[in-house]
Design a protein. Structure first.
Length: 196
């Protein structure tokens, strides 16, 4: 299956028992670190704080929970018919709580996770939540600044639902809405692979 230029959504990427186990791990066992902005801490004018847990950082496994969430990655790649050796550029989870934001329609700043390598984003929803993920038609171009919202064309919106995963080319600009009701918890891996 050619995943370039497409967005794939798979519900129940792991069975309900595994979904609940992952939810329990992330909400009750994961060690969280505060981040001043979940999209880009360097753009702190946005003020969208939350908590982060790193599974893989700089291609080094940083968490004992990495192996426990791998069924999400393996099943996603299987559904996409992607085979070969995998390289995890990074894997992390974000936990966001509802904020008192005046303008609920305002989206987070568009971003890409990694600019150095063409990669696949595998974004898994740990819990049911509001706060959609928005993926744009526009793709990252080296040395170009973050696009303005008026220059972006929406490709797909995905509502967080426990067990759902969305997979897409990591060079698509994307963003999310803040949760308004309860916590929003996601797991996000950036993956490349090659055939031996």
């Amino acid at each position: 299956m050619n995943w370039h230029n497409k967005v794939f959504v798979f519900d129940d990427i792991v069975n309900l028992e595994t979904q609940n186990h992952i939810k329990d791990l992330m909400l009750n066992e994961a060690m969280w670190s505060f981040v001043s902005d979940v999209t880009n801490p360097k753009l702190n004018d946005q003020q969208r704080p939350g908590f982060a847990h790193w599974f893989v950082k700089d291609e080094i496994i940083r968490s004992d929970l990495h192996d426990k969430v791998l069924p999400i990655i393996k099943n996603s790649l299987k559904n996409l018919d992607v085979h070969g050796e995998r390289r995890y550029l990074q894997g992390r989870s974000f936990l966001q709580l509802p904020l008192n934001i005046n303008n609920r329609e305002k989206l987070d700043v568009p971003h890409i996770d990694i600019a150095d390598f063409k990669h696949l984003v595998i974004l898994y929803y740990v819990t049911d939540a509001d706060g959609e993920t928005i993926i744009y038609e526009n793709q990252f171009v080296e040395n170009k600044k973050i696009p303005n919202f008026e220059d972006l064309k929406e490709k797909k919106r995905v509502m967080p639902k426990q067990g759902r995963v969305v997979c897409f080319d990591g060079f698509f600009w994307h963003t999310s809405q803040q949760p308004t009701i309860g916590p929003r918890c996601i797991i996000n891996y950036n993956v490349i692979w090659w055939i031996k």
